[in-house]
Design a protein around this ligand. Structure first.
Ligand code: GLU
Length: 419
């Protein structure tokens, strides 16, 4: 049957963005072919015992996309929508994300197709330990360094680190980042992605002449990224008029009490039943008139179906891949500025880099030092992206990809191909 809707894989969308920037870079065709293929994709079964004694089998993935600039780096996602295609796209984006902020890492991503909200703590621990055990030979501080992503936590990183350390018979905190502070985590890591999102958003608002006081902000997704970004927008004097999570969206023209919503979500495990705003649909939330829209949930939220109705002046991608290429072109035509995912949400992996460096040195930094260095990295590279975009008269996304691709290609050229 022929479907009227063009179904493009997430990786297909990601490649489309890459191609737009690659076309402006005059890339060697061989290098271009190499960059559109993952270095390594691993798929494996994860058998584990349910609390009721039954055996269950899930599927685990790890994709190591590119190693030209250093060990693979990227999170582990536990979500029912995890597929090889999605993990590959996410690993591809990590390659450019690490390069755009000039971290000495390649790109990687992993995942398990499961719904962590239906699993007990014991089940999660058994799944995580088996997942880590399957990857012992291919991860490590100089090989591939996982971290949290959607559905995974600092506790899950602790189990990963412990399993790896037990297998190699030495203490290796630098094998994962996003760990609890007590076992080698970094101060400021939990807040880092949301902090980076708010830093670049506020800088771009300034450039566009949008005053922070009372600026209307809409945040889709109220996990680690969305909730912290929302809180920091409020701290800066903005008004967060709507928030959402999987249970729905909540709108309050006078402003959501973000600290109250965070406390509510912590107590009830979601925003379900939250009364600090009128209940609206997730679709309506994305179309609310506002100054800044922050999609901080999953991929493919802003598509050809709703791009013409989005009424934000600025979109700051807290999530990875929230905008499809078709929607992105509509935003460009409509003069809506988009700060792309690979730059906007790079704060998380930047502090992961700080954590990895602290673990290897065995010397830990003050929170103020972490936050200061994070701001330096984000604002320096945001500035470089804006400058290139202006110079070439191209969208910020294309400029970010160009800078990132150029760095990766330079490393590949210097190293050459081992054959
Ligand atoms: N999962 C986060 C991301 O998508 C963080 C990755 C990391 O810290 O390695 O950027």
């Amino acid at each position: 049957m022929i479907s009227a809707v063009r179904e493009v894989s997430v990786f297909g969308d990601a490649i489309a963005y890459f191609n737009e920037a690659a076309a402006l870079l005059d890339l060697d065709p061989g290098i271009r072919r190499l960059l559109t293929k993952p270095s390594r994709q691993i798929i494996f079964a994860i058998p584990f015992t349910r609390d009721n004694g039954e055996m269950e089998v899930f599927t685990g993935y790890r994709v190591q996309y590119n190693f030209a600039r250093g060990p693979a780096k990227g999170g582990i996602r536990f979500h029912p929508g995890v597929t090889l295609d999605e993990v590959t796209a996410l690993a591809f984006w990590m390659t450019w994300k690490c390069a755009v902020v000039d971290l000495p890492f390649g790109g990687g991503k992993g995942g398990v197709t499961c719904d962590p909200t239906t699993l007990s703590k014991g089940e999660l621990e058994r799944i995580t330990r088996r997942y880590a055990a399957e990857l012992v030979e291919v991860v490590g501080p100089d090989k591939d360094v996982p971290a949290p992503d959607v559905g995974t936590t600092a506790q899950i990183m602790a189990w990963f680190m412990d399993t790896y350390s037990m297998h190699v018979r030495e203490h290796v905190p630098g094998v994962v980042t996003g760990k609890p502070l007590e076992i080698g985590g970094s101060k400021g890591r939990v807040e880092a992605t949301g902090r980076g999102v708010s830093l670049v958003a506020l800088a771009q608002m300034h450039r566009m002449g949008i005053g922070t006081k009372g600026a209307k902000i809409v945040v889709q997704g109220f996990g680690n990224v969305g909730s912290i970004a929302a809180k920091l927008f409020v701290d800066a004097g903005c008004t967060v008029i709507a928030i959402s999570d999987v249970t729905g969206a909540y709108y309050n023209e006078r402003g959501i009490d973000v600290a109250g919503a965070i406390a509510y979500a912590q107590e009830h495990a979601s925003l379900d039943g939250y009364r600090g705003g009128e209940r609206i649909t997730n679709e309506a939330l994305l179309e609310l008139p506002c100054d800044v829209l922050v999609p901080a949930a999953l991929e493919k939220q802003l598509t050809i179906a709703n791009a013409a109705d989005v009424s934000a002046k600025l979109i700051v991608e807290g999530a990875n891949g929230p905008t499809t290429p078709e929607a992105d072109h509509i935003f460009a035509q409509r003069g809506i500025v988009v700060i792309p995912d690979i730059l906007a949400n790079a704060g998380g992996v930047t502090v992961s880099y700080f954590e990895w460096a602290q673990d290897r040195a065995g010397y830990f930094w003050k929170e103020s030092e972490v936050n200061e260095r994070l701001a330096d990295v984000m604002l320096e590279h945001y500035g470089a992206v804006v400058e290139l975009a202006q110079l070439r008269d191209i969208p910020l996304r294309t400029a970010a990809y160009m800078l990132a691709i150029d760095r990766v290609v330079t490393s590949m050229r210097l190293r050459g191909v081992y054959a």
